[in-house]
Ligand binder design. Structure first.
Ligand SMILES: Nc1ncnc2c1ncn2[C@@H]1O[C@H](COP(=O)(O)OP(=O)(O)OP(=O)(O)O)[C@@H](O)[C@H]1O
Ligand SMILES: [Mg+2]
Length: 460
């Protein structure tokens, strides 16, 4: 049963409305003035508030403001006498759902109440869907099934809903920011902002006011109060990216915020308290930075409460195929899926490559292929040269094997791999055709592919 609070300083109106509501199956409670109405709202929760606009002392507008600030899930309907239409419109603009002019009739009241409650349940549904979306964020965007990635999933799950400070380290393009977002979206702070600060990118002279805000008149040009990023992140998460790039001056300031969770705006004296979750990321080795004297040791210990080390793509090559498929879909979403995949030889070359730019480099490669490749299946020739170089396909046949001290079986294995890849390339990856070209049975080919550990490159 929906709970409604009716507030009016006219007892006759109050009773009329409460009676209509009760007669129609609502739970209706009453408050004889604005002040006691607000008190009631503070101690009990309501689905709907119907409040008179003009009341002595505390008016309907204040009731509305209280509701908006303290229980945004509660809907407000305003009652107004003649001559106060203008203020009712103002109330609607502020966030009231509807207004009803007096004298109140049962049909008018019930229509408005029904609509309001329907709206509320839709809004609740909307919030539920948004939550679901946030959950999806993690599963849909952060790709990987390799062991080190599974460990990171587990870690995210464990730490997301704590307030522990996190330090994410890993090479460029490994997905540090993605992990930070996954943590934020899986925490109870997920309806509050995650504010990103790129510590290396803010010019020194702007830094303080950017981070902590400033008061009006704090310096020339400070015409009005400015809210800094730490204040913006209140109740949410702050992501300190490239934390190793911080200047010594900023490191000192940050240390204090980390210790006390408070700061002052530039030109202000009042301390501002913030409730924030801190996540930092770096692609540098902070231990070396500490030894070099460029990073404060005390700050490091404050940040490194929960360390997350992100593996490079080279350390989790088994995820490459999955990532390629993911990026092909993601980057062609809403368009015709022109490029369907990569040929076995192209995949094999990608598996042999070291990916110094990690997942970002892989994503960029897929982007490039989508733009430049004319075929549905991107072949070995479509790859940039530096990727081709790792393939057996363009390595010279090991004729000088004996001089170079290579092994016989190694050379034979390489040669066999090369023949298989060439045949698959010529037959568009169709194994029956490739087997025919090689003049072997299909089952023999499948066996050899397995033996060569090429399953990641050749789809079943
Ligand atoms: N596991 C993953 N699944 C899907 N996409 C990923 C994954 N890891 C990274 N990416 C993608 O790679 C790109 C780089 O990721 P991100 O910005 O998180 O890396 P980073 O570690 O912060 O890099 P940098 O140190 O250069 O800032 C992004 O486009 C991101 O979406
Ligand atoms: Mg980053």
């Amino acid at each position: 049963m929906a709970r409604v609070l009716v507030i009016d300083d006219d007892p006759v109106v109050l009773n009329v409305i409460a009676d209509i509501l009760k007669a129609n199956g609502y739970e209706a409670l009453t408050a004889p003035d604005g002040e006691s109405g607000i008190k009631e709202l503070e101690s009990n929760s309501y689905d709907l508030v119907i409040t008179d606009l003009m009341m002595t002392d505390v008016g309907g507008m204040e009731v509305l403001e209280h509701v908006l600030a303290n229980s945004p899930e509660t809907i407000c309907i305003i009652l107004t006498g003649y001559g106060t239409i203008k203020s009712s419109v103002k109330a609607i603009k502020k966030g009231a759902f509807d207004y009803i002019t007096k004298p109140v009739t049962a049909p008018r009241l019930l229509v408005s109440v029904e609509k309001a409650l329907k709206f509320r349940s839709l809004e609740k549904e909307n919030i539920r869907l948004k939550k679901e979306l946030r959950r999806k964020y993690r599963y849909d965007n952060f790709i990987g099934t390799s062991e080190p990635i599974k460990k990171i999933y587990d870690l995210i799950e464990k730490v997301a809903d704590t307030d522990g400070t996190i330090l994410i380290s890993g090479a460029t393009g490994t997905g540090k920011e993605l992990i930070a977002r996954a943590i934020h979206y899986n925490s109870s702070r997920n309806d509050k902002p995650m504010v990103v600060i790129n510590c290396g990118a803010i010019p020194e002279e702007l830094l303080e006011s950017e981070l902590f805000g400033h008061e009006k008149g704090a310096f020339t040009g400070a015409h009005k109060v400015r809210i800094g990023r730490f204040e913006m992140a209140n109740s949410g998460t702050i992501f300190l990216d490239e934390v190793a790039e911080m200047t010594p001056a900023l490191q000192v300031k940050l240390l204090r915020v980390l210790q006390e969770r408070k700061f002052e705006r530039v030109g202000g004296t009042k301390s501002i308290h913030v409730d924030i979750r801190i996540i930092a990321a770096t692609n540098k080795n902070l231990t070396i930075a500490i030894n070099n004297g460029t990073f404060r040791e005390d700050l490091y210990y404050r940040l490194n409460v929960i360390p997350i080390k992100v593996p490079s793509l080279k350390q989790r090559k088994s995820d490459i195929k999955l990532l390629v498929d993911f990026f092909l879909k993601k980057l062609q979403r809403g368009k015709k899926q022109r490029i369907k995949g990569f040929s076995p030889a192209a995949m094999d070359a990608m598996l042999m490559y070291d990916w110094p730019g990690n997942v970002r480099e892989l994503e960029n490669l897929v982007k490039r292929i989508i733009i430049l490749c004319d075929n549905q299946v991107a072949g070995f020739d479509d790859l940039p040269e530096h990727l081709q170089q790792n393939s057996v396909l363009i390595q010279p046949v090991e004729e000088d094997l004996l001089e170079r001290g290579g092994t016989f079986s190694g050379a034979v294995k390489n040669f066999e791999k090369r023949l298989i890849l060439e045949a698959l390339e010529k037959s568009d990856g169709v194994k029956t055709k490739a087997a025919k070209l090689l003049n072997i049975k299909r089952t023999t080919l499948v066996e050899k592919i397995k033996k060569q550990n090429m399953a990641d490159a050749v789809s079943a």
